[in-house]
Ligand binder design. Structure first.
Ligand code: AMP
Length: 544
């Protein structure tokens, strides 16, 4: 790799490549462990040797710079091996969303031009149902925890463990530019086909270092240290499990990968391994702490970052009552994803517990290197305290959507990445997301945040889950409609009672008075997206 400035030669090891994240752990924590479910424990020494073997095998399969490798697996030690070995080979790692329909997932595989697929046996039927999209696939490798069969009609390169055992370890990983594409995946928008976002080696490394630094220097209420025991509760296909497996591996932390997300197994692993650090969307934490087996877990050791949707104060309070240290974070698929975390400001350390709950569920402060701007409809910055669209700049934002020039230009219009989220900076300097712009409810010419109404309703002790959407209203343009799932044993609570509670909150002046127009409907469940978040698109569609 030549330097553009001949007087500054590029020295070996100076590029920000993912492989550089692995040097320290080879000597610092080689005996720490990486566990897969209740099935397998590897030391870092063994795991690193497997990464080298996987690199050798990828080379034998013809994978090199410019290729794309798709993975369809649950969160596993194997996935972590692929997180490193594929980009280190110079190829792009496509983390396929296994919760899409076969047709959508097949579309992403064809669009990404994946030539090799690593597929868990559970997803072979899904693969069979997307065959017309797989014409560019040269090899399928099967990932199995037990017996397996080769997929029909596709070139099968064998089973993962057998392939690794027979491979010659990579002696020297290839050199390439730090701007080489390292990872890609697809985000499902409100309309049209899934959109591909990608990140380079340089971006992944800078995201890892900055997220790690922020979580290392700020401990109140949640930090991440090398001595933590890490278990991801965000699927590895979704924005690389927020990039935190790269951080945990760089630090040599003890890691536990849970495989298929089954509540009983997750709780068992949290307990058995005394997991101290995790991250997930609010709905997943809610599901875990309400599970009947949750009483068996000592929650006081757990620190958790909640993101992907607003952390409502009610959930923060409930988690804190169990002894969990919890904090809200903000990001999106296009942002790698972490750009802000709600750490406590020095001036707020002495605040009361209820003030702290309010602070932790804010969006927080941008990470070092992240610039934020609140923009009006013309792309101009608005005065502090005013709501506008959040624009971002930082080294680890996706350069655009793969193969979509018009969409990329819209995303980056005016030189800011447009998040599509309404936000403002409050008088204490905290960044606050008010709502997705498309979820804001327009009532008689005024805009009301759905999150505000959700937070107010979630304060009622009988409310387990709540989601608010705007529905057409002949008089007011729109009115809010809240769908509420009650906690077990709270079946006698009525919508009328919840409405009285909402009115009482409105009277305190903390939320917009037009929230009185909220229609409250009790439901048995609320639809979720492929990554477990509340799916307002489906809620709206169900009413049409
Ligand atoms: P995704 O691309 O699926 O990860 O979704 C990203 C979106 O989730 C953002 O654009 C926000 O609308 C929402 N989101 C993520 N974090 C937060 C947060 N802390 N508060 C409110 N909304 C959030």
């Amino acid at each position: 790799m030549a330097s553009e400035n001949p007087s500054v030669p590029v020295r070996p090891g100076s590029a920000l490549l993912i492989r550089e994240l692995l040097h320290r752990v080879r000597t610092w924590a080689p005996d720490r462990t990486i566990t897969y479910r209740d099935r397998l424990v590897l030391t870092y020494r063994d795991w690193l040797a497997r990464v080298d073997r996987l690199g050798g095998w990828l080379k034998e399969l013809g994978v090199g710079p410019g290729d794309r490798v798709g993975v369809l697996d649950y969160d596993s030690h194997r996935y972590l091996e692929l997180f490193f070995a594929v980009p280190m080979s110079g190829a792009g790692l496509h983390t396929v969303n296994v919760r899409l329909t076969p047709d959508q997932a097949g579309f992403t595989i064809a669009h990404a031009r994946d030539s090799v697929l690593f597929v868990h046996v559970d997803f072979l039927p899904m693969l069979a149902a997307m065959k017309e999209h797989l014409r560019g696939v040269r090899h399928v490798v099967v990932l199995a925890d037990g017996p397996w069969t080769a997929p029909e009609g596709l070139a099968c390169a064998g089973e993962y463990e057998a392939g690794l055992a027979g491979a010659t370890p990579m002696a020297e990983w290839p050199e390439f530019s730090e701007d080489t594409l390292a990872t890609l995946f697809y985000t499902t928008g409100t309309t049209g086909e899934p959109k591909g976002v990608s990140f380079s080696h340089r971006q992944i490394v800078l995201h890892t270092l900055t997220a790690g630094l922020t979580l290392a220097v700020h401990d109140d209420p949640v930090g991440f240290r090398a001595d933590d025991v890490y278990l991801p509760l965000t699927p590895m296909f979704h924005v690389h499990a927020w990039g935190l497996p790269y951080l945990a591996t760089m630090l040599g932390s003890t890691q536990v990968y849970p495989g298929k997300y089954e509540p009983q197994m997750l709780l068992q692993l949290l307990s058995k391994h005394r997991v101290t650090f995790s991250h997930c969307v609010p709905t997943l934490l809610q599901m875990l702490i309400h599970h009947p087996a949750s009483a068996t877990v000592d929650w006081t050791q757990l620190k958790i970052v909640i993101g992907g949707a607003a952390l409502l104060p009610a959930l923060a309070r409930e988690a804190m009552a169990k002894g969990i240290r919890i904090v809200g974070g903000y990001g999106m698929s296009e942002t790698c994803p972490i750009v802000a975390i709600a750490h406590i400001q020095p001036s707020d350390v002495e605040r009361s517990e209820s003030d702290r709950v309010g602070i932790l569920s804010r969006t927080g402060f941008a990470l070092p290197l992240v610039q934020t701007a609140i923009l009006d409809g013309e792309g101009r910055q608005v005065p502090p305290g005013t709501v506008g669209e959040l624009g971002l700049r930082c080294p680890w934002l996706t350069p655009g959507y793969l193969g979509d020039t018009a969409g990329s230009e819209r995303l980056w219009q005016g030189g800011w990445l447009h998040t599509g989220d309404g936000a403002y900076v409050d008088s204490d300097g905290y960044l606050r997301i008010t709502d997705r712009l498309k979820d804001v409810i327009k009532i008689g010419g005024e805009w009301i945040s759905s999150i505000e109404i959700e937070s107010a309703l979630a304060r009622h002790p009988a409310v387990r889950e709540v989601a608010v959407i705007g529905v057409p209203d002949p008089r007011w343009d729109e009115h809010p409609r809240a769908e509420v799932v009650l906690r077990d044993g709270m079946g006698e609570v009525t919508a009328r009672e919840l409405s009285r509670h909402l009115h009482a909150v409105i009277e305190t002046g903390v939320i917009h008075k037009r929230a009185v127009l909220t229609e409250i409907v009790l439901v048995s469940s609320i639809p979720k997206t492929s990554v477990g978040k509340i799916d307002k698109k489906r809620m709206r569609a169900a009413l049409q």
